[in-house]
Design a protein around this ligand. Structure first.
Ligand SMILES: Nc1ncnc2c1ncn2[C@@H]1O[C@H](COP(=O)(O)OP(=O)(O)OP(=O)(O)O)[C@@H](O)[C@H]1O
Ligand SMILES: [Mg+2]
Length: 325
């Protein structure tokens, strides 16, 4: 696929004037499109930057760390689109060294309409069509595990969260999905895959965004847990359904569990997935919400310590309060 190209000088100028605490007050203003656990996605309000989504990863210390990351990022995108058969929005990337000497990496994607993204679309679609949307996501996910079964020596992980999918051709004035609806997968910035059992992504990079006084604890407690769940079809499905708590549509969960079990017993029979219960989803959600709540709270404490007490730079953009149920 043709790479998306952007004006790197303009991006550097943007980074120079970026206010990580209030991105919208940056010299070249930006509008946040979405927060991830590690990165932030925004649009940049400047001529020549229209129609793109920028995903900023400020986790690199040296330029030499970017290279292996870029290789796995590109390989992951290639595998997902060319071998697994998912549809990705057109993408590219840009990298440079910031004024303060920090290497910065931006993923660039075609910007997709906000309402078409799963976590927005579930508030627009008729409730009766939401199980269909989730079934379509499970069909995309099944391609990953079909691939993993067939390809010796290669194992790909995926994050199936509702906010990682965009409905192609979605019309918010007449919201609708059916068997023929196509989905795009957006969240390719954590290229998790194993070659001959060896993880290709250096998980230490993603620990960088964690408060330094906690890295050892995170490594010990849940790095393994969080990374391995994306290799497990059943857990990825539980995670997807558990999102409906966070997105304030918990009333749909029993129907979604029923649909997923039907999917596992019919279309995805040969993957031998044990049925899911609402209780599985509940206890998973409680634990997951606690992990990420704690993580964000500690990052805010870390930001406070670094900027107010040590008067140092804090390069990460943190979300405000996350509304959860
Ligand atoms: N191409 C895009 N067009 C429009 N909005 C986007 C695009 N890519 C991402 N977003 C918005 O930003 C949100 C977060 O992006 P994404 O899922 O790629 O990363 P993430 O969840 O931050 O990943 P991680 O947790 O690995 O950092 C999306 O849910 C979506 O709302
Ligand atoms: Mg995401």
């Amino acid at each position: 696929m043709e790479e998306l190209r952007v004006n790197v000088e303009l991006l550097e100028a943007f980074e120079r004037g970026l206010d990580p605490r209030y991105p919208e007050r940056s010299r070249i203003p930006a509008q946040v499109l979405g927060y991830g656990e590690i990165s932030t996605v925004f649009e940049i309000r400047a001529e020549g930057m229209e129609g793109y989504a920028f995903k900023r990863l400020p986790v690199f210390k040296e330029r030499s760390e970017i290279e292996p990351y870029v290789r796995s990022y590109e390989e992951y995108n290639r595998i997902l689109s060319e071998e697994v058969g998912l549809s990705l929005p057109p993408y590219g990337h840009a990298e440079f060294v910031s004024q303060s000497g920090r290497p910065v990496f931006y993923i660039v994607q075609e910007q997709l309409p906000a309402e078409s993204i799963g976590n927005r679309a579930i508030h627009l679609l008729p409730a009766g069509e939401i199980p269909m949307l989730v079934r379509l996501i499970l069909r995309e996910l099944e391609k990953v595990w079909d691939f993993n079964r067939e390809r010796e020596g290669l194992e790909v992980a995926i994050d199936g969260q509702i906010s990682n999918w965009s409905i192609l051709g979605f019309d918010p004035t007449s919201p609708h999905v059916d068997e023929d609806t196509h989905l795009l997968y957006m969240d390719t910035s954590t290229p998790l895959f194993k070659v001959e059992g060896v993880e290709q992504l250096d998980p230490e990079l993603f620990l960088r965004s964690a408060p330094s006084f906690l890295v050892w604890l995170i490594r010990l407690l849940f790095l393994e847990d969080v990374m391995s769940r994306y290799y497990d079809f059943r857990l990825v499905t539980i995670d997807l359904i558990a999102n409906f708590y966070k997105e304030q549509r918990a009333e749909l969960i029993p129907d979604l569990v029923e649909m997923a079990n039907d999917f596992f017993a019919s279309e995805a029979r040969d993957h031998d997935i044990a049925p899911i219960t609402v209780k599985d989803v509940n206890s998973y959600y409680r634990e997951d919400a606690l992990i990420w709540w704690l993580y964000l709270a500690l990052r805010k404490l870390d930001r406070f310590l670094r900027t107010r007490l040590l008067r140092r730079e804090y390069p990460y953009i943190l979300p405000g309060k996350i509304k959860r149920k």
